[in-house]
Design a protein around this ligand. Structure first.
Ligand code: PHE
Length: 450
């Protein structure tokens, strides 16, 4: 057994995994992707993917991690030693985590910058002038050095928490600050829903118009479901290996899926009413949250600075707990394969992902002339990270879980060696063997063709 680390309690494990799942994916990414692909219809497809695929994948990653007590590559090889090639699925996960973290740092840097600009009062000085808020965002995100500076600050914080160790660092931070974030999103919902013309936003989110749904939208919903739940990249295999032996994997996965989805929907409720009320377009793209929320805060009068600062700070914390899980997965992986010290591994991946993140960040501004297949570096890696790599890795994982890994091992692990009842097992097995792989295959192929 290479790893003896584990979270200290069931709550700790849940909170840390919720910390990984809840992040920019819910609050920054979900609203803009949902807006881009048509609102309500997208939401429905997204929910199907989350519950039919995402939760099944999460359970399978937890089982693979806890059963093997290893990180992605070795996990597959330990559970099925006959064909070491299954380790390739794990390798794909590691590569995906690496690229996702590099890109994640860019948006986290923006968030960190917005904390600074909220506290210093710059953001509130823009008032509710949508044009001024837009040009502030464009100037900020495309300027050559400012976002890079904040990106660096953010990565450094992540590194420091990682070096603090699994329990102390990840668990304690998650336990306290996640509930606070939810509270603040709720406050935002109330504010947003009471803005004039808010009803249009609610309608946009909840009344599906299927004529707006495209094949690309379906693929994007899948990508978003995987991204938001942190599955399809091996991270939950690593966290699975930290789940205490007595924990109920099914319940843990269900809690995480539920919390993550709730927060995404609440974010939608906080953003879309304001989008319509303030005259923005729901298709505004990656800047959506950074354009709309300052407007909402600045309509809150004297308290705007406090609310904006607190919100961006908590969003930053949510991003930290997600980034931690990615850096933790990479660090744990290299420690599982080499003799290097944990801190050396962490610093190594910190340096590599930060450097790549800086390039992605600059590709939005000063390096925007560099294109791969007609896309800027940032857009290119965004495609890779949302519609190609995670679904592919997810497909490998679910086929392994459904068809390759010995069934007795799965049952033994899910039931904690026969002590828990597995009333859901038949359904899970059916989903894992047929529904999930087929759906992934169809969506992947149609996405690649289109
Ligand atoms: N799920 C995180 C979010 O929603 C992002 C993430 C993806 C974290 C993959 C870890 C692994 O922000």
């Amino acid at each position: 057994m290479a790893q003896q680390k584990s979270f200290s309690s069931n709550l700790g494990a849940i909170m840390a995994a919720v910390g990984s799942a809840v992040g920019l994916g819910n609050i920054w990414r979900f609203p803009y992707i949902c807006g881009k692909y048509g609102g309500g219809a997208f939401l429905l497809v997204y929910l199907c993917f989350v519950f039919l695929l995402g939760s099944v994948l999460m359970m399978s990653e937890f089982v693979i991690g806890r059963r093997s007590q290893h990180t992605p590559i070795k996990a597959f090889q330990t559970l099925y030693p006959k064909h070491k090639a299954w380790g390739l699925v794990g390798a794909l996960g590691i590569v995906t985590s690496f690229f996702i973290l590099s890109q994640y740092l860019v948006i986290s840097g923006w968030t960190t910058g917005y904390v600074w600009h909220s506290v210093s009062g710059v953001l509130s000085s823009l008032g509710t002038d949508s044009a001024a808020i837009s040009s502030f965002f464009t100037e900020f995100s495309t300027s050559p050095w400012t976002p890079v500076l904040f990106l660096g600050v953010f990565s450094l914080i992540v590194l420091i928490v990682i070096l603090g160790g699994v329990q102390k660092g990840i668990e304690n931070v998650s336990k306290v600050l996640m509930p606070l974030l939810v509270l603040l999103v709720l406050v935002l919902c109330v504010r947003s829903l009471t803005l004039p013309g808010a009803g249009k936003g609610v309608e946009y989110l909840f009344s599906p118009d299927f004529s707006k749904l495209t094949g690309e939208g379906v693929l994007a919903a899948l990508g978003q479901a995987l991204f938001s739940l942190s599955v399809g990249m091996g991270v939950m295999i690593v966290y699975g290996s930290y789940i205490p032996a007595g924990d109920n994997i099914f319940k843990t996965a269900m809690w995480i899926t539920g919390c993550d989805t709730l927060i995404a929907i609440l974010s939608g409720l906080a953003i879309f009413p304001a989008v319509f009320s303030c005259g923005f377009e729901p298709t505004g793209g990656p800047g959506l949250v950074f354009l709309v929320l300052p407007n909402v805060f600045n309509s809150m009068g004297a308290a705007s600075v406090v609310f904006a600062s607190l919100f961006f700070l908590l969003l930053m914390v949510a991003a930290i707990t997600s980034a931690i899980s990615l850096l933790e997965a990479l660090t744990a992986w290299i420690c599982d394969h080499t003799q290097i010290r944990r801190w050396v591994g962490a610093v190594l991946f910190f340096v590599l992902t930060t450097a790549l993140g800086v390039m992605f960040s600059m590709s939005i501004g000063s390096l925007s002339h560099i294109k791969i297949t007609g896309l800027t570096l940032f857009d290119f890696v965004d495609r890779l990270n949302s519609i190609y790599l995670p679904p592919l890795c997810a497909l490998g994982t679910i086929i392994f879980f459904g068809w390759v890994m010995p069934e007795e091992d799965i049952k033994d692990e899910l039931s904690n060696h026969g002590t828990l009842r597995l009333g859901y097992y038949k359904l899970l097995r059916f989903m894992a063997r047929y529904v999930a792989p087929l759906a992934l295959l169809v969506v992947l192929i149609s996405g690649i063709i289109s």
